[in-house]
Design a protein around this ligand. Sequence first.
Ligand code: TH1
Length: 803
Amino acid sequence: MNMTTNMRPVSSAALKQAVEQHLTYTLGKDAGHASVYDWRMALSFAIRDCIVEPWFRATRSTYEGQRKRVYYLSMEFLIGRTLEDAMINLGLLEAARDVANEVGFDLREIIEDEPDAALGNGGLGRLAACFLESMSTIGCPAFGYGIRYEHGLFRQRFEGGQQVETPEDWLTLPHPWEFARPESAYEIGFKGEAVDGGWRPAESVVASAYDMPVIGWQGRWANTLRLWGAKPTTLFDLERFNSGDYAAAAEPEALARTLSRVLYPDDTTYQGKELRLKQEFFLTSAALQDILRRFRTEYDDLAKLPTKVAIQMNDTHPAIAGPELIRLLTDVHGMEWSQAQEIARATLGYTNHTLLPEALERWSTWLMGNVLPRHMQIIERIDDDHRRATKRPAHVGIVRNNEVQMGELAFIMSHKVNGVSALHSDLVKKTVFHDLNEIHPGRIINQTNGVTPRRWLKLANPPLATLISDKIGEGWIGDLEQIKTLEPFAKDADFRRDFRAAKRTNKVALSNWVGETMGVKIDPDAMFDVQIKRIHEYKRQHLNIFETIALWHNMRENPNAGWAPRVKIFGGKSAPGYAVAKEIIHLINDVASVINSDPVTKDLLKVVYPPNYNVSMAERVIPATDLSEQISTAGKEASGTGNMKFTMNGALTIGTLDGANVEIREQVGPENFFLFGLTADEVVKHRRNVRHARDAIEASQNMQSVLQMIVEGRFSPSDPDRYHGLVDRAWNHDHYLVAADFDSYYDAQRKVDALYLDPDAWEEQAVLNTARSGFFSSDRTIRGYMADIWETESALVGEESLT
Ligand code: TH1
């Protein structure tokens, strides 16, 4: 087979030769003895070779065209696997399949040998990964900057139904996608003292670069993800070593390595730990030093920085960028204060991802002053300037109650602040940044999140992707708006049958995997009802499991009432220190073991919770889903992005008017979306009634039975008191209004049942969901950032399409 990419023709034979070369000369392995790992490495190197040329070309074109670059600063990049994604974007998947077959391996097995790069917790990190891919697809010159954590997000196991964490070790084996750049290294200081107009740090480490190329669709452009690893400034204390104190001799090294050792496993909460603040500064300072160094090789006037550089802060985690940029411009490059402030502001943008109070970063002035004394001075001056310029009282400032408010700092130091869905951006204006929005009208804008259709449709769902391409051509992959031309086929019975068949293929594959890995038999013809995301009270996995219990109870009472057979699928990790979330996990697993062994409901209901949910598991589960659970308390989920992936893959959604659900419902049509629950406004009003939960439970027979069964120990017979705390909270501390929304949710689920029992009607709505998902491509989101925040243009405009 002859595949052509734009950099060189790659036939199966040529690829095979390249793979064998790497096997022999890079890995030193004889084909006769090569393992799946060896073949994966050889194939990865061969594919990586194909990226290098477009990567160089993109870099050269950016320099030659003196183009503006975007720098995306993020503490998290949740990449998942790279090999298959790269092969798809280069058009080499088929050639690779041929090669694998010829050497006696299954390509799937090789692909699945790659560990996930889990350098993120959830949506925020995965969004950063989708953005990188979209920036490369669009040809937006960009760098991602992050930390090369030795240990990504912990692995999850269940023991007796409870979450147990073990360390993740993706870097134990060599990582074929990175290029170490020891020559790109910067010193990062900490502590010490501020000395007039400068800083004398007491400690320092070196940030050393590792680059990963990010290839866009059809290999037309490639950007760089640059991850920083921490190294000691002095490797070794020779004096101490010679005196026999071996442990102390290695101290500088140990100290530095802790900085990039491990990702903090908290999603939407922060702990205020010194090491975290140091990590944030480590990333930010390394990135800014690198950005200024690159700028100065090309331009002589730092005043031009905002015309050639746009820096985006992914939440407040890199918000120290404001003060650090000012410090570098003034202390290091001698610029005057007010000009430096202006230039920093024109260069920086800030994305807010949450309104949850426990997520809003605040550092005590003591800690900030101790770890970053010079920055503390600069923050106070920014704050003073802002107060004076806007004549505002102390309560709107950055420093309040002896704490540095990182949201306020990020806002004041940015020219644009954006929320991540229409509802969320609206709430940002009305709540956390109400006063700042009045002082700076127009600064807050919205950019609704998106996801890349390359990974989340083409890669994850080959049966559906092939069906779509057969019908409307391949244009949708690079321009998801084109998927709307599928719409008329919703009325075409043959197409609906094929659409259903594609879904069924995915459901069979998932059923087999669940059977093999968990030993639970599930029926691919039952409705697959899925909630996969971090476990958090506001996401309300407990609402889902309560409804599951009510459903089971009612099925038992009346097994022949025409229930739609269901498989409830859960996936997700809890932060290790989040006891309430861990209790919810335990309950789900306990409920699963009781329900799954009930002979009465064995053909009607199953509950499965595969451990260690991650990007690769999402790729497996989402294409096999019929019903997507997006049931957060309205006003709490800033956007959600899983919701978009399900819609693209033809799942129907049951959801609240929260985050991007609102826009999903608008796009797919309210008649194709199962809505329930209070609105964000109603939630606020409802909470004023201190009896809201008690009133709702007393009015709901269903909810009462559920809580009764749990408190009686029906799901924990060996430990009947296990859930007394959980049930007490449901009655008395129901902050997320599970009780108030319960009946509405239960009723909406029965409408779901009715539709599922009418396959034709279901499939019509499913097709319309896919056909109307064009808005949710991260390509659209990135174009929005480019136009409204970064003021950059694609380097590929006017270039011929290579299809
Ligand atoms: C998530 C939001 O919860 C989610 O609604 C949104 O879709 C996603 O970001 C992308 O915009 C967030 N993740 C984090 C993680 C940390 C701190 C704040 C947030 S908000 C560590």
